[in-house]
Design a protein around this ligand. Structure first.
Ligand code: HEC
Length: 152
C-alpha cells in the first residue's frame, strides 16, 4: 500500500515537472535525446584523443586512458537509445534504415564496442604507437556506421 502511494506521488511529481515543458516528451523523444547525449559524450572524449593522436595536443597517456575507458563504457549504452518507434521522435539524424536493417546496424554497433574495448585495454600497455593505431580502428567504426545510418 505504501508502495502504491509512493509511486502515485512520484507519478504526480514527474507529471507536474513534465507539464512545465513546452512540448510533451514521448518515449521516442526521450530515446532520441538519450542517444544524442551519449554520442555527444563520446565525441567530447574522442575528439580530445584525436587531437593527441594528430599531435595537435601533447600526448598524455593517463588522460588518453581515461577517455578511452569512458568511450568504451558509453559504447555499451548506445543500443537502448534506438528502440523501435524512435524513428520519428524528436529531431533526429538517425535514418529509418536502422530499423529495417537492424542486424547490420547492431553489427556496426558491435564493431564500435569491440574496438573501443580493445582501445581501453591497450592503454594499459602505455605503448603510444599501439594506442594511436587502435584509435584509428575505433574511428573507422564511427565512419562506417555514419555512412549508412546517419543523415548529414
Ligand atoms: C552503429 C552506428 C554508429 C556508430 C558506430 C557511431 N555512430 Fe555516431 N551516430 C549514429 C547515429 C544513427 C546518429 C544520429 C543520432 C540521432 O540524431 O538520433 C549519430 C550521431 C552522432 C553525433 C551527433 C550527436 C548530436 O546529435 O549532437 C556525433 C557527434 C557522433 N555520432 C559521433 C560518433 C563517434 C565519435 C563515433 C565513434 C567513436 C560514433 N559516432 C559511432 C550512429 C553511429
Amino acid at each position: 500500500m505504501r508502495f502504491i502511494h509512493l509511486s502515485l506521488a512520484l507519478g504526480l511529481a514527474l507529471g507536474a515537472a513534465g507539464s512545465t515543458r513546452a512540448t510533451s516528451e514521448s518515449d521516442g523523444d526521450m530515446a532520441v535525446a538519450y542517444r544524442q547525449s551519449a554520442f555527444k559524450l563520446i565525441y567530447w572524449n574522442f575528439s580530445k584523443m584525436g587531437a593527441m593522436v594528430r599531435g595537435a595536443a601533447p600526448f598524455d597517456a593517463t588522460d588518453f586512458a581515461q577517455r578511452a575507458s569512458r568511450v568504451a563504457a558509453l559504447a555499451e549504452q548506445l543500443e537502448e537509445g534506438f528502440p523501435k518507434g524512435s524513428e520519428t521522435g524528436g529531431v533526429t539524424e538517425a535514418k529509418p534504415e536502422i530499423w529495417t536493417h537492424w542486424d547490420d546496424f547492431t553489427a556496426k554497433l558491435d564493431d564500435l564496442k569491440r574496438e573501443s574495448a580493445a582501445l581501453r585495454e591497450v592503454t594499459a600497455s602505455r605503448d603510444e604507437d599501439a594506442m594511436k593505431a587502435q584509435f584509428q580502428k575505433v574511428r573507422q567504426t564511427c565512419g562506417a556506421c555514419h555512412d549508412e545510418y546517419k543523415a548529414d
